[in-house]
Ligand binder design. Structure first.
Ligand SMILES: [Fe+2]
Length: 178
């Protein structure tokens, strides 16, 4: 379940209050259960997955993708699997741990592990949203944000795309205060 840490150190865990807190940015946060089939849970428990296992996991969760296709024009999805033993992990993460924007929405569904999205609220305050299994987020295009792992250094997330053309970070100069 998601939690939101504010700059004053307070942590919010009520999803409705987190949704309200992020609403001024247009960020959409939802809780989507991953479901409980034994096979699905076994795949989620593995640190790494081969391409066939990734596709099997994606297909088990495609009822959510079908909704996004119907309702919001999404066309493709893939699965990112990040764990501590991945070669070049720090270099990969360094692309996203500074304030940046994208030309397209960043749409992620965390199904295992943890990931942290940071945001700058309209009043200049910064917050960090820790996402765990079952947390879905849509970060609208042009919204300043950053991403990092927790000390667990492990996350699996489905990424949904309308296209991949806009998928590069455009860095902003905002320093992160958290
Ligand atoms: Fe991003």
């Amino acid at each position: 379940m998601a939690s939101l840490k504010r700059q004053n150190g307070t942590v919010e865990t009520d999803i409705r209050l987190i949704q309200e807190g992020l609403a001024p940015l247009g960020v959409d946060l939802q809780y989507w259960p991953t479901g409980g089939s034994e096979r699905l849970q076994a795949l989620l428990a593995q640190a790494s997955l081969d391409d066939n296992e990734k596709e099997e996991l994606l297909q088990a969760l495609d009822h959510y993708f079908e909704q996004l296709k119907r309702n919001a024009g999404y066309q493709t999805r893939d699965l990112i699997v990040i764990h501590a033993d991945l070669p070049n992990l720090d270099a990969m993460l360094a692309k996203f741990d500074k304030c940046h924007t994208h030309a397209d929405d960043e749409v992620r569904y965390v199904v295992d592990g943890e990931g942290v999205f940071g945001f700058v609220l309209p009043d200049g305050q910064q917050v960090e949203l820790t996402m765990a299994a079952g947390d879905y987020i849509n970060v609208p295009h042009s919204t300043e944000h950053w991403f990092r792992l927790t000390p667990m250094r492990r996350v699996k997330a489905v990424r949904y795309f309308t296209s991949t053309a806009g998928w590069v970070p455009e860095y902003t100069a905002t320093p992160i205060c958290l």
